[in-house]
Design a binder for this molecule. Structure first.
Ligand SMILES: [Cu+2]
Length: 329
């Protein structure tokens, strides 16, 4: 009896405290997500808010390269998963659903989370189930998120990663074009270029000998019809991450110099950088103005990897700038 009397007031206290907590931060509703290479729009509100995110883990067959199929494990059906954009100080309520058609349990570890496992333990979900995590985005920056269900390397190797941007309180400077690119290494049964369905090869993953090293999950995701586009005079910002599971990236754009790099996505930029090193499970933000028309090539300057797929294009259109660049004879 005594227990019963105690339980009811305790429930009321918790309920009222929760309501008071909710009243402090306004609710800004669902966060808009973007599929690579798109970036969600910048956040115009100036105050932190409570925001919600819905992600679904989906295992599906996709194209690794021309004529090469692979069984990816994904967030929302794409590699990388969607880019998430929140604001410093936001309270984020993330619901992770595991598609009923999945064969494996999945979860999410966001490097933007302060708390055990980055949220992985709290979001471990069997096929057909869902879980909800609430966290406060304390530190501004650009962070990798990934699945951390054991064996973790298998889940990452199959494509379970993406980026979450925690915009600083005062926002980021306005630019003309923003792009979202994540590098990953893939380990197929067949050798590079071998046609048909290719299963995952765990031995190659453990030996750290990928067949493919690609941007945005597949060879050709940023070339020909998928090339990025900009105009002469544009200021371009790339949110670049490395999902891994194993390889780091010597990220470089052939024909450009980064006016600013936020090394490892830290808050303070450095200037005039040619190539920036991005760790596995890390990210960077690079900015550059495009002054001369033409085609610029995104690469991992561990340059053998261009043969394995790590190539992307930015096609810049506009008037020639012969005072900056021209062929004399
Ligand atoms: Cu997983």
């Amino acid at each position: 009896m005594l227990k019963k009397f105690l339980v009811i007031p305790l429930f009321l206290v918790v309920f009222l405290a929760t309501m008071a907590g909710c009243a402090k931060a306004s609710s800004a509703g669902e966060v808009s997500l973007a599929t690579a290479p798109e970036v969600p729009p910048s956040i115009t509100r100036t105050q932190p808010a409570t925001v919600t995110i819905g992600l679904e883990t989906i295992e599906k067959r996709g194209q690794m390269a021309d004529g090469v199929e692979y069984d990816y494990w994904t967030f929302n059906g794409t590699v990388p998963g969607p880019m998430i954009r929140v604001k410093e100080g936001d309270t984020v309520e993330l619901t992770l659903k595991n598609n009923a058609g999945s064969k494996h349990a999945h979860n999410i570890d966001l490097h933007a989370v302060t708390g055990p496992g980055g949220g992985a333990v709290a979001t471990n979900v069997a096929p057909g189930q869902e879980a909800t995590l609430r966290f406060k985005a304390l530190n501004p920056g650009l962070y990798i998120y990934h699945c951390a269900t054991a064996p973790v390397p298998d889940h990452i190797a199959n494509g379970m990663y993406g980026l979450i941007l925690v915009e600083p309180r005062n926002g980021l400077a306005k630019v003309d074009k923003e792009f979202y690119v994540v590098q990953g290494d893939f380990y197929t049964e067949g050798k590079l270029g071998e046609k048909g369905f290719q299963a995952y090869n765990r031995g190659k993953m453990l030996a750290e000998q990928p067949e493919y090293v690609v941007f945005n999950g597949a060879v050709g995701s940023l070339t020909s019809d998928n090339a990025l586009k900009a105009n002469v005079g544009d200021k371009v910002r790339i949110y670049f991450g490395v999902g891994g599971p194993n390889k780091v990236s010597s990220f470089h754009v052939i024909g450009e110099i980064f006016d600013a790099v936020y090394p490892e996505a830290a808050s303070e930029p450095v200037h005039n950088v040619q190539t920036t090193l991005v760790p596995s499970g890390g990210a960077t933000i690079v900015e550059f103005k495009v002054e001369v028309p033409g085609t610029y090539i995104l690469v991992d300057h561990s340059i053998a990897r261009i043969e394995r797929g790590a190539v992307g294009l930015i096609v810049v259109e506009g008037p020639e700038a012969p005072d900056i660049y021209h062929k004399v004879r």
